[in-house]
Design a protein around this ligand. Structure first.
Ligand SMILES: *Cc1c(COP(=O)(O)O)cnc(C)c1O
Length: 496
């Protein structure tokens, strides 16, 4: 199977090459050249998470042997997860939550970042690559820690994470700052996620930076990397199977799926699940006050020129959602010239408008909703009050988005809401939503929340307060490129 750049179909590589490179040299994102993979929903029934993962990943990563895939899957989805189902489904009165936060860092990013290091290590071997792989990662909070945990001391790799100094939760920040491992660096940036992402993308095609790193190759652990995207298809399929097995739906029934969306990676994986045969009617793209995707899905104009809001769901505080580029490519019948032009407009004018047929085709599969801070807090509160289920702000945005969608359309198909993080990562805001009280100390809020709800604090978070802080560096945005150049030089020296 071949993967091509969204900005030039003639740039065509195999899966392991795409994983190794992260971003295509022309700035495009590697995307399946042809989607000929098809599964029937029956094929997902009565399988373990690992079996379904191996089945789906083997289809997409056909340049990896069955044995390589099986080993990567076994290594990733083991007792690092505190639930034997890996991604369990919990039913509420009117919908179902897909709990994606049982991994080592308590966010859904773990589902991909526990397997990506093995896929990348395999790719290094397949290419007989002698370079050190320098993984630059921009994070709005959760990717950072999940990537740091995944790549910790992985031979042949070094990872640097850039996070917005203001915006991530106190717990997320502490998770990253206390990271262990000899090949990791964590740097705060005076800016927001979009600034961090721009830095990382710019570095990938900066000739000076590439020249500085002789013996060093750049890659990415962001969802622009194909190796992040593909493993995320799996849990849509296992969740569907669980709904069938628990008699919530009959096999073949259509469901709606609400996805709390930031960089558009998770929901794009959902779209791919639908494309390969999972009976999804609509994907509900749920945003917070940074509702650029809602506006796009409603009007066809993507306009990033707007105020940036710091919200209690920081993983969705994003104005430039990278993976939308892949959907535009796939939905425009792979019109690379169009995608290239739109992305150029985004860069120069901060906005673009897609042709009407393209918008209509996207709207067939997807609809946008957005939720303000007050409704988000109320949803956390009410879900606890009415269902005795504790949800985090991102999940609340998706749950509220689903309810709005159902009200607006009267579409009563069975539904699934992606629950993307442990509430304890956002203990300050969740505690406040439940009690209407401020607790300035996030760790105290965590313990009080535990006393209040009886929900166990995940082990990785319970211990956080006592770990030494290793990383303090804060940089100005303008110093991003020189910082990356220094990292490349350092790695280059170490390499020789
Ligand atoms: C990353 C993240 C999201 C958004 O996912 P994207 O793939 O970036 O759209 C939503 N919720 C949480 C908790 C996250 O960490």
């Amino acid at each position: 199977m071949k993967y091509v750049s969204t900005r030039n179909k003639n740039v065509s590589v195999s899966a392991h090459q795409a994983i190794l490179k992260g971003l295509a040299a022309d700035g495009g994102l590697y995307t399946p050249a042809q989607l000929q993979i098809h599964f029937t929903p029956e094929q997902f029934l009565h399988k373990t998470y690992q079996e379904t993962a191996a089945m789906i990943l083997s289809a997409f990563l056909d340049d990896y042997s069955k044995e390589e895939i099986r080993e990567a899957v076994q290594k990733a989805y083991d007792d690092k997860f505190d639930d034997k189902d890996i991604a369990p489904v919990r039913s509420l009165t009117d919908t179902n939550l897909l709990e994606l936060y049982h991994g080592p860092t308590s966010a859904f990013k773990d589902l991909a970042l526990t397997i990506l290091p093995t896929l990348l290590t395999d790719a290094i071997r397949k290419e007989n690559c002698q370079d050190t792989i320098c993984i630059l990662t921009a994070t709005s909070g959760d990717t950072g820690k999940a990537a740091l945990a995944g790549f910790k001391d992985v031979p042949g790799t070094a990872i640097t994470v850039f996070y917005p100094e203001i915006g991530v939760s106190a717990i997320q920040k502490r998770q990253m700052q206390t990271s262990q491992g000899n090949n990791v660096k964590v740097i705060a940036v005076k800016g927001n996620f979009d600034d961090c992402q721009r830095m990382v993308k710019q570095a990938a095609s900066d000739p000076e930076i590439i020249a500085a790193g002789r013996g060093v190759s750049l890659s990415s652990a962001n969802s622009i990397n194909l190796g992040r995207l593909l493993p995320q298809i799996v849990y849509y399929c296992t969740a569907y199977a669980k709904l069938v097995e628990n008699s919530k739906i009959k096999c073949g029934d259509e469901i709606n799926v609400a996805v709390p969306t930031g960089n558009f990676g998770d929901i794009l994986a959902g779209w791919l699940a639908k494309a390969i045969g999972l009976p999804i009617h609509k994907l509900i793209c749920a945003s917070n006050t940074n509702n650029v995707l809602y506006d796009f899905l409603t009007t066809g104009t993507y306009d990033s020129r707007r105020p940036f809001h710091n919200t209690m769901s920081p993983a969705m505080d994003i104005l430039v959602s990278s993976n939308l580029e892949r959907l535009l490519f796939l939905k425009s019948k792979k019109n690379d010239a169009l995608v290239k032009d739109l992305m150029k407009q985004l860069q120069t004018d901060g906005k673009y408008t897609v042709p009407e047929e393209l918008l209509a085709s996207i709207q067939n599969d997807m609809t946008g909703e957005w939720t303000n801070e007050e409704d988000c807090a109320r949803t956390i509160h009410d879900t606890w009050q009415n269902e005795h289920v504790l949800i985090d702000p991102h999940t609340a945005v998706a749950l509220h988005g689903l309810k709005q969608y159902q009200q607006d359309t009267k579409d009563s198909r069975p539904s699934l809401v992606l629950s993307t993080a442990s509430a304890y990562k956002f203990s300050h805001d969740v505690y406040k939503a439940l009690t209407n009280k401020e607790e300035a100390d996030d760790f105290k809020a965590m313990k009080d929340l535990c006393t209040l709800t009886g929900y166990p604090i995940p082990a990785n978070l319970a211990n956080l307060e006592n770990l030494p802080v290793r990383f303090h560096t804060v940089i100005d945005q303008e110093d991003g490129m020189s910082t990356i150049r220094n990292i490349m030089e350092e790695l280059s020296h170490a390499h020789h």
